[in-house]
Ligand binder design. Sequence first.
Ligand code: COA
Length: 331
Amino acid sequence: MTTINQQAGAAATAMLGLGVHRPERVVTNDEICEVLDSSDEWIQTRSGIRTRRYAAEGESLLDMATIAAERALKASGVAAGDLGTVIVATSTHVQHTPAAAPLLADRLGSRAAAFDVSAGCAGFCHALSVASDLVRGGNAGYVLVVGVERLSTFMDPTDRGTAFIFADGAGAVVVGPADEAGIGPVAWGSDGSQSHVITQSVRCDELSPEHPLFVRMEGTQVFRWAPFAMADVARTAVERAGLTLDDLDVFVPHQANLRITETLARNLKLPEGIAIARDVQDSGNTSAASVPLAIDAMLSSGEAKPGDIALLIAFGAGLSYAGQVVRLPRA
Ligand code: COA
């Protein structure tokens, strides 16, 4: 009988290093309100957002991804040539084909397998899970995972439901073998019956300056869903890791909106003393980039440190969601 060889890889995996890129341009609520019929006070009260970053003109999604990726490789001590796979989570790469990942791999000097993940704001946590399984399964030695968005390109600045929320940025990690498990089992799923809640059109007849590919969102529906449904997903991720909420040092939910984060934390009944990511206040909602950017903000401020046990949970368009318990990497 013919036997197909199946290999096993590393017994344990972890995020070995983190790198991010925050565009230089800081955009205030007052600047947003030069076009949007809103106010700094309304935006802060409803979303917690004080400022956000927009990419400079000519600063592409790939430029941002490359900077974050190079920093993650440096922090992890892994050479680009040793990457087995490059995964880019994004919803704002301007081409369907080629995907962003092979272009990024080429810029880094890598010929690794490379593909994009499209899971809206949940993309980074999806890609992290796939990366860990690739290393555990023996199909890759090291995997680069990048969450990157240039949402400023895709926003209608007059749309009261989105113009103040979304922003630009990139975050990357290198996943590889580790002595101790650093990426727990994923809790994930989708609810396509609510697919209309967050959309971004890609119809060919809309590919013109008169009909740009704007993001649209039914914000109230997102608000009714996320803080409640994600509490169950978060509990499942913690249980699958064989831990309890008391074992957590840090909570890093997708930085959708401060009110969602705070309602979710309340619904979860997080024990006192767990540091909660609030990067949305100064980064806005950077979709697939928000979780690594939020981790970086906490490491930089000293609210968290490498090795801390963190619960990640990301959710968004699809509707799609994914969460896992991780050990924080060094930046
Ligand atoms: N500026 C000022 N006023 C606004 C406004 C804006 N940008 N958008 C809506 N309003 C007004 C409405 O006209 C309405 O006024 P009224 O009470 O006088 O009729 C009031 O604010 C409430 O409108 P509503 O659409 O019900 O707002 P909301 O309370 O649902 O808040 C969001 C809107 C977008 C802030 C909120 O739904 C939200 O945070 N949703 C989650 C979005 C999110 O995080 N998405 C991330 C997905 S990954």
